[in-house]
Design a protein around this ligand. Structure first.
Ligand SMILES: Cc1ncc(COP(=O)(O)O)c(C=O)c1O
Length: 374
């Protein structure tokens, strides 16, 4: 990315952006258009709403964690009426609940179902394919809008097959880039909704973006250097192969959970069907503060664990294992945590790291090469 900025109205730029706009579709598993905003993920949240809905529209959202809470705030400020299904922050959106609420909505007042695929605050996923099936069983025409900010490029996610209407994503997680770029993948149905959506929009307007994108241009100054990085990230994902990328992440998540269990600690996620492959949130034992542990680990090992967010502040620490990550990085991460647990005097059993290593390199497997991330 550390290269000169080129003229964003010139032919070299058009080649770059056509390449990344096309390459991105494979990561979303879609043939539909994907638009790129020079904005953090919150901007793409806003774009998904203002392009498809009208003030006063009813939407169905689920309390899965801090990011669902923040997205709800965006939706509220933009004038939507939100039915917010309560949750305990340890489970994903329940497909049965989606079906029941939509089936009861005979007048089709709900215009969208909005779900966070991977709750970065809890390490819990929502089962989007099942939610889509539930919506179809209820024969409800609501749009399905999904936040994949911490899952895209790390976990299997199928925009087309799961009939998602708008997928929201960001640059800074599975795409291995710095923050500052975000995305909307847009179904045909969402494009139709866009034509009658009455929310005010200018910067975020898909139509303003889609027209110049056809020739490889943007309606405003693009984040050129991040696009250089995106081109490289797409090459890396393609080179390794998405199914192998997903397997690498699920292997690392499994090894992390093995360590947590061996320490005698508890992961936040209650349902094994909803385990996240990109991060694991861990509950502290009663009476012990996660932020104290995090600061001891930062001071001693220069490793920064994720903080508990919102109502989990101080109660939870989060282990990220997404993006460009390999077995040794995970073993180092878990070693830092195990040493930190000792230094902080947090009650735990030792040998969590060994449990993870047993998972990563089971002695019964005969020299099968480890999956290596570049
Ligand atoms: C699931 C999820 N949604 C939305 C956001 C907000 O994105 P940003 O902070 O890039 O604006 C984040 C940020 O981490 C996230 O993890």
């Amino acid at each position: 990315m550390d290269r000169p900025v080129i003229d964003h109205r010139g032919p070299e730029f058009a080649k770059l952006s056509l390449e990344v706009l096309e390459g991105l579709r494979a990561v979303f598993q879609t043939t539909s258009p994907v638009v790129i905003y020079p904005a953090s993920g919150t901007g793409a949240w806003e774009a998904s709403i203002v392009n498809t809905l009208s003030p006063g529209d009813r939407v169905l959202m689920f309390e899965t964690g801090q990011f669902a809470h923040l997205w709800r705030q965006v939706a509220e400020r933009l004038g939507l009426q939100i039915e917010y299904v309560p949750g305990n922050w340890r489970r994903g959106a329940d497909p049965a609940e989606v079906e029941a609420r939509l089936a009861a909505d005979e007048d089709h007042a709900f215009k969208a179902v909005m779900v966070v695929h991977n709750e970065t605050s809890t390490g819990v996923t929502s089962r989007i394919a099942e939610i889509r099936r539930a919506m179809n069983r209820a024969s409800h025409p609501a749009l399905l809008i999904v936040d994949t900010i911490s899952s895209l490029g790390s976990m299997d996610y199928r925009h087309d097959e799961w009939e998602v209407d708008v997928t929201v994503a960001g640059s800074q997680k599975g795409l291995m880039l710095p923050p500052g770029m975000s995305f909307n993948a847009i179904s045909d149905k969402a494009l139709v909704a866009n034509l009658s959506a009455k929310m005010r929009r200018s910067y975020w307007d898909w139509q303003e973006m889609l027209k110049p994108n056809q020739a490889g241009f943007f309606p405003f100054t693009p984040a050129t250097n991040l696009l250089y990085g995106l081109r490289e990230a797409l090459l890396m994902l393609n080179e390794e192969g998405l199914p192998i990328v997903f397997r690498r992440h699920s292997r690392h998540a499994e090894a992390t959970r093995a360590a947590v269990r061996a320490w005698g600690l508890e992961v936040v996620c209650e349902d094994p069907r909803e385990y996240s492959s990109s991060l694991t949130a861990v509950l502290m034992p009663e009476g012990h503060n996660a932020d104290r542990l995090r600061s001891i680990i930062l001071d001693n090992f220069d490793m920064s664990l994720g903080a508990g967010l919102g109502k989990l502040a101080g109660k939870v620490f989060r282990i990220g294992h997404l993006g460009s990550f390999n077995d040794l990085l995970l073993a180092g991460t878990l070693s830092g945590i195990e040493m930190g647990l000792r230094l902080a005097g947090v009650p735990h059993k030792s040998r969590g790291v060994m449990a993870a290593i047993d998972c990563l390199a089971p002695s019964s497997v005969k020299s099968e090469p480890a999956v290596v991330a570049r």
